[in-house]
Design a protein around this ligand. Structure first.
Ligand SMILES: Cc1ncc(COP(=O)(O)O)c(C=O)c1O
Length: 396
């Protein structure tokens, strides 16, 4: 087997399982899971209908490139959402089986393995970036995202030598776990660095549709390119998903869009990888990308949960309601692992210790002593969780 497989870290949920292995949760309290970012609002009826209505398509192999109708629907969505000129559905848009596999695959296709090859990643981060980097034969180069940097990577802190070794940069805006949103000026500065040092930007925007202020949707990388006058989106790729936007994590549907030269080669890679989206899932995805009402309603549900948590835990936990995403990322009054253990053992609630989402880099693990709480459960369950968290905090 490939010896690089040994470099892969266990997934955070495996570490969590081990952390709780010796604990018994109170049987009289119902379990409330806040660790996994799996959306649990209802999936839209129009998507379910499109899926069922197209089951006949099971008898055909889907094309890796995806259907023209889906690529057109995505191109129209990008135009509406980010104020972009119409992207060419033939060359600038590629459907993928959820962004997880695509974020992994892009490193395999983009990185030229050599001893000094690096991939720049935020820290803490979505663990796929690291595994993709290691299996592509490169080394992750982390930029710590802390309260001091607004939980965003400070690109100005990276030396020219580090950029020179970098072949690919992952960014995540809105961020997992912090929900921090990268302003357009920062995206533009990164694009300029990419051109100067010749690297590719993979912008993970899978939380872009879950935001607090209806009048201020998070900007995206392609929008920053267009504002620089570049409608070819040179060296830039964005990754979008229906999982969070439309509560469809089981559909495994997303897309990559941007630089046509990169997408042409990525498509060739993907033809071999063999990860085409099933045709009836593509039909359901057309329905999802073409409707915005369910997305507006979805955002409202998260807003209510954030507002409730802020009220219930006010004065007890340093809760900053994020601009976007569906996570809380508070500092813990005791070490994050201890907080998670006590919350599980005493209140039957699971949260993810922040250190599992980060790595030791530049002298610290920036996830340490924070926890990630995913507000994915229904409002009533989140309220119940807030009450129990509050009780634990009183005892600490
Ligand atoms: C930051 C981030 N990117 C990508 C994904 C993958 O989403 P999907 O593969 O469902 O599109 C997730 C899922 O939790 C995530 O948190």
């Amino acid at each position: 087997m490939n010896p690089d497989l040994q470099l892969l870290h266990p997934y955070p949920f495996e570490k969590l399982r081990q952390l709780f292995a010796d604990l018994d949760a109170p049987a009289d309290k119902r379990h409330i899971p806040l660790a996994i970012g799996e959306p649990r609002h209802a999936s839209p009826e129009l998507v379910r209908r499109a899926l069922v209505d197209n089951l006949d398509m099971l008898s055909n192999y889907p094309a890796t490139r995806g259907m023209a109708e889906l690529r057109q629907a995505i191109s129209r969505w990008l135009q509406r959402r980010f104020g972009l000129p119409q992207l060419d559905p033939e060359s600038q848009v590629l459907p993928v089986s959820g962004t997880r596999e695509a974020l992994f695959a892009i490193a395999q296709a983009a990185v030229h393995a050599k001893p000094d090859a690096t991939v720049v990643c935020p820290n803490p981060f979505y663990q796929i970036y690291e595994g993709a980097t290691l299996l592509a034969g490169a080394t992750p180069d982390f930029i710590n995202c802390t309260a001091d940097t607004g939980f965003l990577p400070d690109f100005a802190s990276v030396s020219a030598e580090r950029w020179q070794a970098c072949q690919l940069v992952y960014i995540c805006s809105p961020g997992n776990p912090s929900g921090a949103v990268m302003p357009v000026a920062q995206l533009r500065a990164l694009i300029e660095l990419a051109r100067e040092h010749d690297f590719i930007i993979a912008s993970d925007e899978c939380y872009s549709e879950i935001y607090l202020d209806e009048a201020a949707p998070p900007p995206g990388l392609l929008q920053a390119c267009a504002e620089l006058g570049d409608n070819d989106f040179r060296q830039c790729l964005v990754f979008h998903s229906l999982s969070k936007r439309s509560n469809l994590p089981g559909l495994r549907s997303g897309f990559v869009a941007g630089d046509a030269r990169l997408l042409e080669r990525f498509l060739l890679y993907r033809t071999y990888q063999g990860c085409a989206v099933p045709a009836h899932h593509q039909m359901a995805s057309i329905a999802a990308w073409s409707d915005e009402d369910h997305v507006v309603a979805n955002r409202q549900l998260y807003r209510e949960k954030f507002a409730m948590m802020a009220t219930e835990l006010s004065g007890k936990l340093d809760l900053q309601i994020p601009q976007a995403g569906f996570y809380l990322w508070p500092e813990t009054p005791v070490p994050d692992t201890e907080f998670a253990r006590r919350l599980f053992a005493e209140e039957h609630i699971t949260v993810l210790p922040g250190r599992y989402l980060g790595r030791e880099a530049h002298g610290c693990n920036p996830g340490e002593n924070r926890v990630r709480m995913a507000l994915v459960a229904e409002l009533a369950d989140c309220r119940e969780a807030a009450g129990r968290i509050s009780q634990l905090l009183d005892r600490l």
